[in-house]
Design a protein around this ligand. Sequence first.
Ligand code: HEM
Length: 163
Amino acid sequence: MFLSARDDETGTGMTDRQLRDEVMTMLLAGHETTSLALSWTYYLLSRHPDIERSIEDEVDRVIGDRRPAFAHVDHLIYTRRVLEESLRLYPPAWGFSRLALGDDETGGFRVPQGSIVFLIPFVVHRRPNLWPDPDRFDPDRFAPERDAARPRFAYIPMGGPRG
Ligand code: HEM
């Protein structure tokens, strides 16, 4: 697909360098994250057969005997909540960093310009002030009303604030 991809506007394909970069992105950013997310989700489902059954019911309702298609994804509402809750408990990218562009202070700590600050989703996602009973696997935390009640960066499995 990468080899045959063409830019809609210019009609040109990728350079060798672009192609190599895309493949690296897929392997490094796209592959391990996705496989870890699925592994932990299956682990959680193996411990919560009731939730697994709810997913099966939803898939039967939304897809049934048809061939799964991208258009079904939006309708798999409960399944999405399960995946979100799995990414909360076991974020595949459990840490990432930011470079301090200027001097700052946070939580009583001085952050000098030029220092690297690590953000650890695994810890943020288990803070009891943000997530009551944080170790419990509860997909309904991601029901819209409960979702809206949380601060924006309480949930950062796909990264967080950018400068
Ligand atoms: C469950 C699956 C995934 C998780 C948990 C995940 C996690 C993350 C996180 C935490 C970041 C941001 C790091 C930061 O803010 O510093 C990020 C960025 C990125 N991810 Fe993913 N990712 C997933 C799937 C994918 C897939 C499938 C691809 C591509 C095929 C991908 C490509 C990228 C790229 C290119 C960036 C950098 C974006 C930028 O710098 O603007 N990711 N991902």
